[in-house]
Write a protein that binds this ligand. Structure first.
Ligand SMILES: C[S@@+](CC[C@H](N)C(=O)[O-])C[C@H]1O[C@@H](n2cnc3c(N)ncnc32)[C@H](O)[C@@H]1O
Length: 215
């Protein structure tokens, strides 16, 4: 039997954290599946692809805390000095702080900022981070929050690029192939590396994607 662990309302809608009858922890927004803790390979690949691409991964910014898999994979690398996590939903952070979701917040290298990743990135000093990792939505073609379309635009990608140090990288998660995102990353960074990630969604094979540009 699926058990609801927590429910919250935000200006963007309704968030639900639930334990499915197969034992998995699942996050849903406005009734839409966002992620679970069963299939986390693409969230972890977002981190590993970044760590491979960046010359010196010391200070990085992650957009979207979710269930913490991308951040946890980053923290496994001892070269990481600081991970700033921008998370728009305060309840997602509270659920992790309270232990409803296994926490990565007690690692002294983690700083969580509750806010829109667009504002958090814009407020960074230029050339101040080695990597920016974006996993805030289901990708440009399946948005949970319509306002997030701006995150995949050339304008915001240009802003991201100005915040990267030399040898840095921007890596973006998407639940589907997006020629527009590939073109936008390519136009801002010169080239776009696309990594398809085969995933198993409760018995259904799917492909997720990671798009990357290096500075
Ligand atoms: C798919 S989850 C992230 C999964 C994460 N990579 C992991 O490993 O668990 C997306 C997260 O981004 C947050 N989010 C959505 N829009 C955002 C925005 N504009 N700025 C910051 N966080 C946002 C959501 O509340 C959610 O927690």
């Amino acid at each position: 039997m699926t058990v609801e662990l927590a429910r919250a309302l935000s200006p963007r809608g309704e968030l639900v954290l639930r334990r499915r009858d197969d034992g998995a922890l699942e996050l849903r927004v406005n009734g839409v599946f966002v992620m679970d803790d069963r299939e986390t390979s693409s969230e972890e690949l977002l981190a590993s692809a970044t760590l491979e691409a960046v010359r010196r991964p010391d200070r990085v910014l992650v957009g979207g805390l979710g269930l913490g898999y991308t951040v946890r994979a980053l923290l496994a690398d001892s070269r990481l000095g600081q991970v700033v996590v921008a998370e728009i939903e305060p309840d997602v952070v509270s659920w992790m702080r309270s232990g409803l979701v296994p926490s990565i917040l007690d690692d002294p290298r983690v700083e969580v900022v509750v806010g829109d990743v667009r504002a958090v990135v814009t407020d960074l000093p230029d050339a101040s981070v080695d990597a920016i990792l974006l996993d805030v939505d289901n990708g440009p073609d399946f948005l949970v929050y319509n306002e997030n379309s701006a995150i995949y635009s050339s304008d915001f990608l240009i802003t991201c690029r100005t915040k990267l140090r030399a040898g840095g990288a921007l890596t973006v998660w998407s639940s589907s192939a997006s020629a527009a995102l590939e073109a936008a990353v390519g136009s801002v960074f010169g080239t776009c590396d696309v990594k398809p990630v085969p995933v198993d969604l409760q018995g259904r094979p799917e492909l997720y994607y990671v798009y990357q540009g290096s500075s």
